[in-house]
Design a protein around this ligand. Structure first.
Ligand code: SAM
Length: 285
C-alpha cells in the first residue's frame, strides 16, 4: 500500500478543486514535509556516522544503476533530496560535487548541517520540482531522484520537463522509485499479501499522519498536521512523461526491492513475487 498514511490517518480523495490545482497541493505538501523533517532531524547523528564511515544510504540496486562515479561525474544533482544523506551518498560514489534540491527549508537546513559535518562539496537549493532553477540547466553529469519522491508530484509532465533540463548533453538521469502497483497490496499481518481498496486510476489522495515504517510519530498529533497529497502515477504515465522530454530513455525495469522497508513482515516465500519498485535510466542526447 501507499507508504504514507498511518494506520489511524485521515485519508480521503482530493476534492475536484484540490485535484485541479497542483501548486495548491504542493504548497500543502511543503508544510507537511517541513513537519516531517522532525523525524529526519532525529536521524541526523546516524546519517553523520554512516557517511563518516563511508557507508552509502543508496540501495545496492541504485548503486548498480548509478555506477562508479569516480572520475566520471563532476556534478550530480539530487532532486527531492530531503535531509541530504542520499545526495551525499552520490559524493561517496565518486561525484566531485553534488547539489540537492528540495522545497522544504527544514530538510535543507539538515542537509547543510550534514554536509558541513562530513566536509562534503555540496550545494543546496530550495525549489519546487515545478520551478527548478534555470542556472542548473545542462550542468549535471548525473541527475538522480526517487525513493518516495514522484508520488508527491502533482504534474508529471512538468516534473519530467524540469528533470530533462538538468543533464548536460551526454549526462544521465536515474530514477529509482516505489512501484505504483505497491499501492494495491499490503501485508496481511500473517506473512502474505492482501489487496487494498486503493483505486489505481483515481488520482490524488489527501491524508494526515504517516506510516510509522516511513516517518516516526511527530510531536504534532496527526490531526494537527497539514493535509498532504500523494498519488500513484502509473508506470505508463511516468515513462510517457519522460519520453516526451526528448531524453533518450534507455531502460525501464521493475524490481521486487522493498525500497522503504515497509513490507518486512511479508514471508520470505512471498517475497520477489510482486513489483515493489521500478527504475528508469535515460540520457540527454
Ligand atoms: C521521501 S523524501 C525522498 C528522498 C529520500 N529518498 C529520503 O527519504 O531521504 C521526499 C522529499 O521530497 C520533497 N518534496 C516533495 N514534493 C516536492 C516538490 N514538489 N518539490 C520539491 N521537493 C519536494 C520533500 O520535502 C521530501 O524531502
Amino acid at each position: 500500500m501507499s507508504p504514507m498514511p498511518g494506520d489511524e490517518a485521515d485519508v480521503r480523495a482530493a476534492t475536484p478543486e484540490e485535484a485541479a490545482d497542483p501548486r495548491r497541493m504542493h504548497a500543502a505538501n511543503r508544510v507537511a514535509w517541513d513537519q516531517a523533517a522532525e523525524d529526519y532531524e532525529r536521524r541526523l547523528a546516524g546519517s553523520i556516522h554512516r557517511l563518516r564511515a563511508g557507508r552509502s544510504s543508496l540501495l545496492p540496486v541504485e548503486l548498480d544503476l548509478i555506477g562508479d562515479l569516480r572520475g566520471r561525474c563532476d556534478h550530480a544533482i539530487h532532486v527531492q533530496c530531503a535531509g541530504g544523506e542520499d545526495t551525499l551518498s552520490l559524493w561517496l560514489a565518486g561525484a566531485a560535487r553534488v547539489t540537492g534540491i528540495d522545497f522544504s527549508p527544514r530538510m535543507l537546513d539538515l542537509a547543510r548541517r550534514l554536509a558541513a559535518a562530513v566536509e562534503a562539496p555540496a550545494g543546496w537549493v530550495e525549489a519546487d520540482v515545478l520551478d527548478l532553477p534555470h542556472e542548473l540547466d545542462g550542468t549535471a553529469d548525473l541527475v538522480y531522484t526517487g525513493r518516495g519522491s514522484i508520488m508527491w508530484v502533482q504534474d508529471i509532465d512538468a516534473w519530467a520537463a524540469g528533470l530533462a533540463r538538468l543533464p548536460r548533453p551526454g549526462g544521465r538521469l536515474v530514477v529509482f522509485e516505489g512501484h505504483p502497483a505497491e499501492w494495491l497490496f499490503d501485508g496481511d499481518g500473517g506473512g502474505g499479501w492482501i489487496l487494498t481498496d486503493y483505486d489505481y486510476f483515481a488520482g490524488p489522495e489527501a491524508s494526515r499522519g504517516w506510516s510509522p515504517a516511513y516517518i516516526e510519530r511527530l510531536s504534532l498529533s496527526d490531526d494537527a498536521q497539514a493535509w498532504k497529497f500523494a498519488r500513484a502515477w502509473t508506470l505508463g504515465e511516468v515513462v510517457t512523461a519522460l519520453l516526451g522530454t526528448g531524453l533518450r530513455v534507455e531502460t525501464v525495469t521493475e524490481h521486487p526491492v522493498d525500497w522503504y522497508g515497509g513490507h518486512r513482515d511479508v514471508h520470505p516465500a512471498e517475497r520477489g513475487r510482486l513489483p515493489l519498485s521500478f527504475s528508469v535510466t535515460a540520457t540527454r542526447p
